[in-house]
Design a protein around this ligand. Sequence first.
Ligand code: 5GP
Ligand code: MN
Length: 343
Amino acid sequence: MNLSETQIGALREILARPQREIVIVSHTNPDGDAVGSSLAWREMLVRTGHRVTCIVPNKYPYFLDWMNGIGEVVVFKQDAEGRAVQAVERADLIFCLDFNAISRLEILSDTIAANTTAQRVLIDHHLAPGPGFDLAFSYPDASSTCYVVYRLIEALWGAEAFTPTIAEALYVGMMTDTGNFSFSHLTPALYRAVATLAETGIDIPQIHNNVYNAYTEGRARLFGYAINRKMELIQQGTVAYMSLLESEMRRFKFQQGDSEGFVNYALTIKKVKMSAMFLAHRKFIRVSLRSRGEVDVNLFARKYFDGGGHRNAAGGKSYVSMEETIAHYIRSVEEFAAEGHLG
Ligand code: 5GP
Ligand code: MN
């Protein structure tokens, strides 16, 4: 990714106005990258004299509870005092982190859309950014939004600006969005960024432990159940899918974030090129898609599940029953394969 001097200049000018009222928002079902980039960017903006509120549409997973400053993140769905609405009404600048269109905020979309006067700045790494941003730092070739935030901080304030708190938050997103540095876009520049973060003295094994070894017993057992009983293979064993009903989730005391990583697991099977996870919610089924190499699940998600994302990690929604969703998936995979998209 190459930052444009013009865009950096424009952002520098926006932030030169003292004491701006800033809101940082991130996507529904916030993950390590959404939360990490929000917390790091907030810390940096607070340190440079602004007032900042971070808002997410719904709860972040409990394995991020340990993060510095997480208690200050307003969860819109649980916000009885109306802190989110007040902050958005006050805001004259809104940063949109780790998503590409206001609609991805789902229940929070209308609240953000209602403030028509604030400047909007996008900082993201998803394909195809939507309209409506005054300034867009959109880098689909960046492995995480945290890496984009890293580059912005470096460009605006220099490498000395990284405090351990900022470094820890950025490392979380870089680690989680790359599957602990195992997916695509692992550039030399990313590792140089990690080296700079490590120089602040952050405890990398501890961060890894906090995020990846913090699950409940229920989650461990649900994982075993899902792989053993619910994983199905089609297309001569090259395409996988898995589904979880609400009753199954209740049985294992499901908490937000517990299914993290399930969809990836099918790709540990050598022959599998594409994997899907269908997770039942009250009003719809959330679809998660993952793929290997050239297989483009962003295209698949857009075409068949009204969604999007990245080439190897995408998602969408389904508004029909689990059985119908699975039938639609199987038919769609057949069509996708017939068009030559599965190699
Ligand atoms: P996950 O499976 O981890 O929820 O999502 C994987 C990727 O797909 C993420 O980058 C996420 O932003 C994107 N994604 C998930 N659900 C949707 C959706 O409903 N619409 C769009 N456009 N992208 C989605
Ligand atoms: Mn991300």
